[in-house]
Structure formats: C-alpha cells, structure tokens
Write a protein that binds this ligand. Sequence first.
Ligand code: PEP
Ligand code: MG
Length: 312
Amino acid sequence: ESSAALKVANQPAITKDGHRVEIAANIANLEDAEKAVKLGAEAVGLLRSEFLYMERVTEPSLDEQIKAYSDIIGAMGKDRPVIIRTLDVGGDKPLAYLPLPKEENPFLGERGVRIGINRPSMLRKQVHAILKASHVGHVRIMFPMVSSLDEFRAVKKLVLEEQEKVGVTVEIGIMIEVPSAALLADHFAKEVDFFSIGTNDLTQYTLAIDRGHPKLAARIDGLHPAVLRLIDMTVKAADREGKWTGICGSLASDPVAVPILVGLGVQELSVSVPSLPVVKARVRNLNYAQCQIMAQKALVCDSVEDVRSIKA
Ligand code: PEP
Ligand code: MG
C-alpha cells in the first residue's frame, strides 16, 4: 500500500454531517491484529478466542492463554480496546479434547456460553487469563450465544469473582445473536456494559435457516426486516441505559447495510480485516440524517428485496 492510502486508512470514519462511527476489526490471531492496526482498525470488536483451543488435544494452559492474549492486546496498543469473546465452540465446531455428545440439533444444543456454564473450571481459567493480560492494554470481555438473563448472571458472577482475585475490572458485554436476547435487551441493558450484535447467528435463528446451508444460502440475509427490528430494539434498549451497541456479524461490512445500521444508531461496526478501509470509506460518504431516514423506511419494509431497494 502507498503511504497516502495508509494515512487515509488511519483517519476516523465520520459522516459528511459529522457523525462518527467506530470501525473495529474481527480477528482470530496475532497476525490479524498486526494487519488490523495497519489497515486502520480503531479497536477489536471481536477476538474469536477459538484459535487457542482448536487443533490440540489438551486444554491450553493458563500461561499459554495469558501470553496469547497479551501478545494480541500489545499489538493493538493501549488506545485500541480489544473485545475478547470467550470460547464459542459447539454446534458445528468440535474440540478434539472436549468430548461433546452427538446431538440431533447441534445449533440448538450445547454451544457458546452454554459450554462454559457447564464446564465452569474451563471458563474460569479463560476469564482469569484474560484479566491477567488486561494490564497490557484496554480489554473488554464478551460472552457468545447468551439467551437468558440467568446465563448472563452466572458468567458475570464468575467474572466478578476472578476480578476480585486478580485485582482488575473490565467491561463485560454480551453478543446479541439469539432472538430472545434481542427481545429482552431492555433487561440485559441494565446489567451489561455493551452489546455486540452477531448478525450471522441472529439471522440464522430468526429466519430458522442454517447459516451454512448450501441451498438456502441466498435467502439468509441480515437485511430481513425481522432481523432489523431486533437490531433496532437492541440499540434503543442500550441507549436508554447509556450503553453502546456494535455489530460484529458480516452484515457490518455489507455496503447496502452500512447506512441502515448507522441510521439505526449502531455505534461500532466490527468487520473482517480486509474490509476495514472499504467500510471506513463507505461511512465517510454517508449523511447521517439521511441514514436515519433510510433506517426508518427499512423498519417498515415487508421483505429483504424492499429493504435492498431503498434509495438514499
Ligand atoms: C455472528 O454470529 O454474527 C458472529 C459474529 O459470531 P460467529 O460468526 O463467530 O458465530
Ligand atoms: Mg455467532
């Protein structure tokens, strides 16, 4: 890349009428973190911590985990907050050393935060490692696949206990990727520090379409008005409690979706590393007042096609 291109990449994403949107990266390892900084990431909106656990036969040790997180947090620097998502396996992703029973419907089974709740010592170790690494920079912790308040309260309690031991505090958020969590966002908003909407799973569970289904793939679109209404509910609930909402699903880098999501009041878009400059450029070309009008139009559409044909 030319130095001029890199300079632009590191400028903030501000609409023509002065509304700033934070552009963050979804990363899965240290190499991604280094690239993300170069391409202008202002934060990490989602560190998929699965990389630490995949392709091995034993659980990573506490020291290994602390080192891996510290390296990534260090690469991002003190000014770029890093959201570390706790282990999100199950469903389609098996772990070699963790025998999960065969399930009829793995996407509706023991996955995401349910794994950690059922194996508290593994989750506790991960949380402890994240807290130990947190002094290197600015760390937030996030739980995947939360569907009920009791699940969040259980894991929050665990985090508070570990914080007490380590002597640090971090912000604690959840992914909104199950419709029940969006529908109860007003309750969650009182107890979390932030929301990050996982539109990949949220769309799958709202439309009841497998996100990887070869035949139905074309129909799985996060711009479905049902999904947009859930996003709207979530953002409004967070706003009322003074909390913020980001989007870390792939909808955040869809050029048609960006103005609508910005117009709904989403404060952070977390996208794949290669998408960072493009999404920033997209935001800079928008007018926030116009985005708000587009978002209101989208919420009353009756189909994806209608949403996709909204003109600025
Ligand atoms: C999502 O579900 O939108 C998400 C960001 O998480 P993952 O793709 O890792 O399930
Ligand atoms: Mg998900």
